[in-house]
Design a protein around this ligand. Structure first.
Ligand code: KG4
Ligand code: ZN
Length: 339
């Protein structure tokens, strides 16, 4: 059961295609869409148009890099949701037509499940994989949730954000500081030079395992607005300290609930997934928590943390093992189905 699978991801602003053989990743091609940068966020209409332009060359490159012929593919897996409908439709329609033309089965994949299943991707290095049950902090541009992963498709969300996602908090903070989109990687880079304790922001007072990031955004906005009244160059002069402090605040919020979730469930195998899991400050915080609480931690490689099609192909592979095929009637969904 080591089929060649083509994975297609088009839920937001990255067009990606990958070829896997079992869980082995043979190629993972990602085309970023620069077109959104000047708007400070993803423009849905422009995203779907860019997916249409990118999808054929990206798939073609993924097949070539995998060193196989198109007709060796034995299955197609695609992101069905959640995401932007116009963007999802491009990948979904292409996947259906591709599967039909080659007469091979089709597997629909949930984007958030796939971020977690990216931990089972094998890129040739000897990375250990988590054992069930494990906890996963899934942090992306649209979601922030703590998930108990009981099996490949049995996942229970025990905590989630009630407003903004952690990635959104990074992106909005960057926008306030006049930094380009997406803000997460930019803040991450600048934060390395700054003092994380230079500025303090209000922390959410929300009980249980849920998150809230909208208060932090307001707190950053007010601090900067007031400081700019006294010094028009405040942002420029304090950029690295602001970035380090914002990043520190977001990570503190994320880690506090993750520690609580581990204590409440008794689970000590802890993974992180999604775009924000690429953050170097979060990696450090996870390593510190591992030492302090005796956790075994799992941090995905950069190419498997932000949106990518390898995770879609891997999730498709586990669906294939379970015989859970999709039909030509599968339609995309914009919101998470089990959240
Ligand atoms: O998972 P992802 O690629 O797309 C979604 O499904 O949303 O996550 C994108 C988010 C963006 O908000 C981006 O700013 C954030 O992940 N991100 C980061 C880093 N790299 C990407 N946030 C903090 N630090 C990073 N290094
Ligand atoms: Zn994502």
């Amino acid at each position: 059961m080591n089929e060649y699978i083509l994975g297609i991801e088009s839920s937001c602003d990255d067009t990606s295609a990958a070829v896997t053989k079992g869980t082995l990743v043979l190629s993972n091609v990602i085309a970023n869409q620069q077109v959104h940068e000047k708007f400070g966020g993803v423009v849905p209409e422009l995203a779907s148009r860019a997916h249409q332009q990118n999808i054929i060359p990206v798939i073609d490159t993924a097949i070539k890099q995998a060193n196989i012929q198109k007709n060796q593919l034995q299955a197609v897996a695609f992101t069905r949701g959640p995401g932007l409908i116009g963007s999802l439709l491009v990948g979904t329609s292409f996947a259906k037509a591709f599967a039909l033309s080659l007469n091979i089965p089709l597997y629909d994949v949930d984007h958030m499940n796939a971020h977690i299943l990216a931990h089972f991707a094998n890129d040739g290095s000897e990375n250990p994989v988590p054992e069930f049950p494990f906890l996963c902090l899934t942090v992306s541009g649209g979601h922030t949730q703590i998930v108990v992963v009981k099996d490949y498709f049995e996942m229970q969300i025990i905590g989630k954000t009630i407003d903004d996602a952690a990635g959104e908090a990074f992106d909005k903070a960057a926008k306030i500081m006049g930094l380009p989109y997406p803000g997460g990687p930019v803040i991450d880079k600048l934060a390395k030079e700054g003092n994380p304790n230079a500025f303090t922001f209000s922390e959410p007072k929300i009980s249980g395992l849920d998150y809230s990031f909208s208060g932090l955004k307001t707190s950053i906005l007010y601090l900067i607005r007031d400081a700019l009244k006294k010094d028009a160059d405040f942002i420029e002069k304090n950029k690295v300290d602001l970035c380090a402090s914002v990043q520190h605040a977001i990570i503190r919020i994320l880690m506090k609930k993750l520690v609580l979730a581990s204590q409440q469930t008794g689970i000590k195998q802890i993974a992180i997934a999604g775009g924000v899991s690429a953050n170097s400050g979060l990696h450090k915080a996870m390593q510190e928590a591992a030492a302090k609480y005796g956790w075994k931690i799992f941090i995905p490689k950069l190419s498997f943390s932000t949106d990518n099609a390898a995770m879609i192909a891997i999730a498709g592979y586990f669906k294939l093992l379970k015989g859970k095929t999709a039909t030509q009637n599968a339609v995309p969904y914009s919101r998470q189905q089990n959240g």
